[in-house]
Design a protein around this ligand. Structure first.
Ligand SMILES: [Zn+2]
Length: 124
């Protein structure tokens, strides 16, 4: 199993800012199981909530596929979302954000700037 990358909250926010998207709803993450790139805009489109505040708790934590009836993760990513959530029993995440008290929070990986801008364009 791949090593878990650990970064501070400041580094986490810095990497998200570096995506250069037009708003927080377009900040993009990669599901560790299906590799789908997703944002708050993706979650809103999938019906997880009506605005950023309502979907924020799922962002980088629960795959967008959970809200569209997607199946379990496949053995290899096939480009389609899955029903994975980091809140489950299995711990298969690749990124942890460490707060000032040293507490670790599992998160989906941060997408690249190219992936984030492509997703923003796709989500309008
Ligand atoms: Zn997924």
């Amino acid at each position: 199993m791949a090593d878990i990358r650990k970064i501070s909250i400041e580094e986490f926010h810095g990497e998200l800012r570096a995506q250069g998207v037009s708003g927080k709803q377009h900040l993009a993450f990669r599901c560790p199981m299906c590799a789908t790139i997703q944002s708050a805009a993706s979650l809103i489109k999938a019906g997880a909530g009506e605005n950023f505040e309502q979907v924020e708790k799922f962002l980088g934590f629960s795959c967008v596929g959970r809200f569209t009836g997607a199946g379990s993760p496949r053995k290899a990513p096939d480009g389609q979302p899955c029903n994975w959530t980091l809140g489950g029993f299995l711990r298969l995440h690749k990124l942890e954000v460490i707060d000032a008290d040293g507490k670790a929070y599992a998160r989906f990986e941060i997408a690249t700037a190219d992936e984030a801008s492509a997703l923003e364009a796709a989500n309008g």
